[in-house]
Design a binder for this molecule. Structure first.
Ligand SMILES: [Zn+2]
Length: 317
């Protein structure tokens, strides 16, 4: 048996083992982390996409069907294994290592070493980190597999929990054990069944509820419109500026939703809302609690959510 076919057989066995745990898998290009399925832009409209009447992404095509898995991994090359975390009912905490000496950690994580150290510190402050199914990555990272809580759709996050920690849930995938890259292979280091995501991690990952604000127009006295708007801008600025460490992103989101309602109601220009939110977040950006890109994404999604419930400031008749 050649090395190649041995490796392919190994990957087939790993794919079937993952499927046996109820985790849908799909092929990644051999030796890489990239999906081997065509993307939306290059959909030929044939095969499974034709049957579905439209393009199917990797999340929809990931499967636990042993026959389909056997076909893919015996007729194709030695595909790496993508595991679709959302349909698998998993939340995977992805702790990366610190590679680049030119990129020092943010001051609050100095000395943590990398994502694993940050996660341990968070756990010391907030709650236990129970042993669970764990995979070591070839670059020295760690993937902790947790069962997702029922009834809430958690999405991927990047750096939300802390420096060098991403999470993969709905809309995401992880490279599963036995896959290889030029750096080495993904290896199971704890094979027990995943345990439920600890409550303190869930609290940090769950999407913030929309702010409880009345949906109708805001009535103010004649000439008070500008004053009301100023007060709203001050309040949302303070909310973002004074956010406690664990709530920074959530508070920015809530403030963006509130201002997004006023933008949609025509009382505030979107550019002004963005400028106010960005300057309120400057203090958190300064200590690199989140990146400008993360702040931008949070502001954009908050404004979008607020736009669904426009609020108008009207001078009273
Ligand atoms: Zn397609």
């Amino acid at each position: 048996m050649s090395t190649h076919s041995h490796h392919a057989a190994d990957l087939l066995a790993a794919a079937l083992a993952a499927a046996g745990r109820g985790w849908p898998v799909f092929p990644l290009h051999p030796g890489t982390k990239r999906p081997a399925l065509h993307g939306h832009a290059r959909c030929p409209g044939t095969g499974p996409c034709a049957g579905a009447g439209g393009h199917l992404g990797w999340e929809q095509r990931a499967t636990t069907d042993p026959d389909r898995i056997r076909t893919a991994w015996t007729t194709g090359p030695a595909f790496n294994l993508g595991l679709a975390t959302g349909p698998a009912g998993l939340v995977v905490i992805d702790c990366d290592t610190h590679h680049d000496p030119a990129e020092p950690p943010p001051v609050e994580w100095a000395g943590a070493g990398g994502g694993l150290g940050v996660l341990r510190r968070l756990s010391d402050q907030a709650g236990a980190l129970p042993a669970t199914f764990t995979v070591a990555t070839p670059s020295g990272g760690t993937h902790f597999y947790y069962r997702a809580p029922a009834g809430v759709e958690l999405r991927n996050t990047a750096g939300l929990l802390g420096w060098k920690i991403d999470t993969r849930a709905h809309g995401g995938y992880v490279v599963a054990a036995r896959s290889t890259t030029p750096a080495g292979s993904y290896t199971i280091t704890d094979a027990r069944e995943p345990v439920e995501l600890p409550g303190w991690l869930f609290a940090r990952l769950r999407p913030p509820p929309p702010p409880a604000m009345p949906a109708g127009p805001i009535r103010t006295g004649t000439g008070r419109r500008a004053r009301y708007l100023d007060a709203a801008l001050r309040a949302e600025t303070a909310r973002v500026h004074d956010a406690p460490a664990s709530q920074r992103n959530a508070c920015l989101y809530v403030a963006a939703v509130a201002l997004g309602q006023l933008v949609a109601g025509g009382s505030l220009a979107e550019l002004e809302a963005r400028a106010v939110l960005a300057s309120a977040a400057a203090r958190h950006l300064a200590i690199r609690a989140y990146s400008p890109r993360q702040a931008e994404q949070t502001i954009t999604s908050g404004l979008r959510a607020g736009a669904k419930r426009p609020r108008r400031i009207e001078d009273a008749a």
